[in-house]
Every structure is written in C-alpha cells, then in structure tokens.
Design a protein around this ligand. Structure first.
Ligand code: PMP
Length: 372
C-alpha cells in the first residue's frame, strides 16, 4: 500500500524508534530528579533533544518548550496571550484557512470577550499582506497565521508579516506544524516572530510530542505567557508535567535527522511531486485541476480536484492500494473549510483530494498510479 497521507502523520524512523526504546526501558529516570544517574541521564537526554530542535529551527535552546503536540502549543500560545495581555487589548488576527486547533480556540475566546478578525485568503490559501496591516488596530494583541497550509501546502509570507508585527509592536505566532523540516527556518532572522508551534509526528517522530518556540530578549528572558498547564514548574514553569522523556528523545532524534537530511529530503520531495503530477496529468488530463499553487509551497503536499469524481468514493475505492485524504485528518468529517475559504464551492470541495508525500518514498512506488 502506498501511503500518501504524510501530512496527517508520518511513520517514525528506525533511528527514532531505537533511541526511544532505551528511554522506555532501561533509562526510565525522571529528569526533574537530582543526584542519581537515572535522573541525570534522563535530564541530559532531554537537553540533547532540545539542542537538536533548536539547531533545526535556528533558535536558542532556552526558547524551546516541549509540549504534547501542536494542538497544545497552539492552545498554550493563543490562550496564554489572550489571558495575559488584556491591559493592552482584546483583538486577535488570524485567517480563515487555519488548522482547526487555531480556529476552535479563537471561537472559544470570542465567547470570553476577545474579538477575532478572520482574514480572507486567495485561491491558494494565502493571506494578502495589506489585509494584515489593515486589520491591525490599537487593541490588537496577537497575529496568528499558519506558515504552510496543511491542506494545500501554500506558504504564507511570514517574513513580511513579521516585519509588520514588529512595526506595530504586535505579537506574532506561526503554526509551523507542516513546514518544519521541509522548509528552511532560521528563527534568529525573524525577530518579529514571537511564537512558533510544531509537532514531532509530522517529522518522522512520535505522536504526543510537540514544540513551542518562544522569543527571548538579550537577558534570555522569554516573552511572558499565562501557562496552559500549571503544576510542577518544568519548562520554566510555562509547561508543567513530568517529561515524556521517550517522546522528547524521539522528537530530538527526528529533528536531528531532519536537519542532517534537509537538502536531500527537500530535493527528493520536489522530484516526487513532479513525478506524481506528471503521472496524474497524463492519466487524467483535463479532468484534474490543481488546487495547490505550483510555487511558494511546502514540497510534497498536493491538493487536486478530480472533476466529476466524489472524493470519498474515490478514496474508499483506492484505500487498499493508496492511502490519501480529503484534507485535514482532524476535521475529515466536514467539507474542508480551507478549500471553501479559497473560493471552491461544495461540489468542488467534494472532488478534492490531498496527496502528501514522504522523502523516503521512491518514484517507482508512485508508478502504482499508472496501474489504476
Ligand atoms: N496545526 C497544523 C497545521 C496541523 O497540520 C496539525 C496536525 N494535523 C496540528 C496543528 C495539530 O498537531 P498535533 O497533531 O500535533 O496536535
């Protein structure tokens, strides 16, 4: 079976599994313990993982906070800002093409007196930078915008948004869950980005491990946030709870490998994407329409409309040979809000399929489409 749902989740790499196993078995110490070897070893492993993540993202190690995944990171950041910056204002800017873990938080916060502007997106799912500037007012406390869209792969202009955020002194969060490891991120080059969220299981790491990056000042002080999870004081008191050492170690190893193999993986994804598109074009001709842009996108994520074919029927029929999806796994029961925000009508949405590739696949594996 050809697995083309790598945006929903990825398998863990063998190297990741091997590292994790050690911390599920013999190295079972609690990193918050002191003096004895098991605790010190676990602490060292967590800090090593932190260092790998910071090297992948180009941040300082102390800016990396471990969470249970990007849903938690998004909640931590958006709710944490909404709670702490009430003196400054009550307005958040986001987009209509976010992952549900942002949209649901915003809808919840609206019931608590926060005003939210949901920016329109263009036909590929990107915001218009002028709309961002127009939406900023003197009560705006946060701009939260997805970097690479999980359904189309389109990249938003985070450099330009970061400059705007800096100019207007507004905090800026990017949901980088799909882009990390596939698009270069150098955190130090974008001081206007205040927060970033990401997840291990999109990166060939384990499920249940995530990243929140928080910008620090020259005294190594992180931007303040109200914690989502109070408790034992781990992670500077910003994210309490006993460390899931095996998951964190797995995330660290996945980040290390993503950095080491970045160029190779990037080129491979481009090559595979071109190959898949050429097969689909020759097989389906005029009957397919690309919902994804051909440039300025995450390599390996393609959203395609099969004119006249219902996506659920198609995917069900293919399910023994090809695994793909109609969009985000987290909202697969409903027609995609992202494609609707891009201007597709409900019929067109129901004809659309997302294929998401892995750099560990081969062109030969994709040739299975020729046999359909
Ligand atoms: N944001 C985006 C863009 C995503 O694609 C996902 C995962 N589908 C999430 C957030 C949530 O990530 P997690 O599964 O780690 O909670």
């Amino acid at each position: 079976m050809l697995y083309l749902d790598n945006s929903a989740t990825t398998p863990i790499l063998m190297e990741v599994k091997e590292k994790m196993l050690t911390y599920l078995t013999e190295e079972y110490g609690n990193p918050s313990g002191k003096y004895y070897g098991l605790a010190e070893d676990a602490k060292k492993a967590v800090e090593e993982a932190r260092s790998h993540v910071s090297q992948l993202l180009g941040s300082y190690t102390h800016e990396v906070i471990f969470t249970s995944g990007a849903t938690e990171s998004n909640n931590m950041i958006v709710k944490g800002v909404a709670d702490l910056y009430t003196d400054k204002g009550n307005h958040i800017i986001t987009t209509k093409a976010e992952h549900n873990s942002i949209l649901d938080i915003c809808r919840f916060l609206e019931t608590k007196g926060i005003e939210v502007t949901y920016l329109d997106v263009d036909r590929f799912g990107r915001i218009n930078i002028e709309d961002v500037e127009k939406a900023i007012n003197d009560r705006t406390i946060l701009i939260s915008i997805i970097w690479g869209n999980n359904e189309t792969g389109s990249l938003n202009p985070i450099k330009e948004i970061a400059e705007l955020a800096n100019k207007h002194q507004v905090l800026f969060h990017i949901d980088a869950t799909q882009a990390v490891g596939k698009v270069e991120m150098n955190w130090h080059e974008h001081p206007g980005i205040s927060f970033l969220s990401a997840s291990a299981h999109k990166l060939f790491g384990p499920k249940g491990a995530g990243i929140t990056l928080i910008r620090s000042n020259k005294y190594k002080e992180l931007l303040p946030l109200t914690p989502l999870i109070h408790g034992g004081g781990q992670e500077h008191g910003i994210r309490s709870g006993t460390y899931a050492v095996h998951n964190i170690v797995g995330l660290g190893e996945a980040a290390r490998l993503a950095k080491e193999r970045f160029d190779q993986n990037y080129n491979r994804l481009i090559e595979l994407e071109e190959h898949l598109l050429s097969i689909l074009h020759s097989k389906f001709g005029e009957r397919i329409i690309l919902n994804s842009d051909s440039e300025d996108k995450i390599p390996g994520i393609i959203n395609i409309r099969f004119k006249g074919l219902n996506n659920e029927v198609l995917l069900k029929k293919l399910s023994t040979v090809i695994a793909a999806s109609t969009g985000s796994a987290c909202s697969s029961a409903k027609p995609s809000h992202v494609l609707q925000a891009m201007g597709l009508n409900l019929v067109e949405v129901r004809e659309s399929v997302r294929f998401s590739l892995s750099p560990y696949q081969t062109k030969e594996e994709l040739d299975i489409f020729n046999q359909l």
